[in-house]
Design a protein around this ligand. Sequence first.
Ligand code: CA2
Length: 159
Amino acid sequence: MCNRCFDNIGGRILADQPTIFVLNGPNLNLLGTREPEIYGTDTLDDIAGRLDDHARAAGACIDFRQSNHEGHLIDWLHEAQAVGAKAVLLNAAGFTHTSVAILDAIKAITVPVFEVHLSDPHKRESFRHLSYVGMAAKAVFAGHGAKSYELALDVVLQL
Ligand code: CA2
């Protein structure tokens, strides 16, 4: 996370540095340890580091988080709104295909949410074709491995 963006007393984002939340769902903490043919070999830390470099070069900040718990992702979507984040990149992982509660959270905030996936769920099992996140996301970036995150960030930096 880029602490320069935060006022340590109130936790508010400082006006001159747009912050982009990057939220990652269940099992992505294990990225890089299995199924490299689907997800690539980068770890989540590798991805976070590249996004952070890219955002800093553009005068923005990344707040990068992962949780295996649905409620954490929902709380963080609310927090993105509360602190005035510029956008959220959301890889809700398996919750993408199951979570009406995450859909409701995206609809409850005005911060634009962009759906991100390493793989292309539409080229995989049919149960991955339904995306609750996609019902409220501004756009979807999928199928480019770790690059999906960078492509989404490029778009957000131009907002
Ligand atoms: O392709 C994506 O980014 C997914 O969101 C990944 C999810 C999957 O359920 C979605 O359909 C598509 C799975 C995340 C599993 O995380 C990993 C854990 C260990 C090694 C590799 C990935």
